[in-house]
Design a protein around this ligand. Structure first.
Ligand SMILES: [Zn+2]
Length: 70
């Protein structure tokens, strides 16, 4: 396990403007798109949603169908 590699990956993926918010409830985790406030189980999907929302100012049904109740 290389520490440098981890830092590099983190700064590449999370050092930009994608601010998905992490929520925890009991032992559950959900990720919120800060643009449309939908919740997802998967962080990658939440990031894709936020990216789409920022670029298109609308929701992508291919992403929003993964929305979960939170
Ligand atoms: Zn969104």
């Amino acid at each position: 396990m290389s520490k440098n590699l981890t830092v590099c990956i983190n700064s590449k993926n999370y050092g930009n403007a994608l601010m998905v918010r992490t929520h925890t409830k009991n032992k559950d985790k959900a990720y919120e798109c800060e643009e449309c406030n939908m919740y997802y189980k998967d962080k990658t999907i939440a990031q894709n949603c936020e990216k789409w929302c920022k670029e298109h100012k609308s929701c992508n049904s291919n992403i929003s169908r993964y929305e979960i109740k939170w």
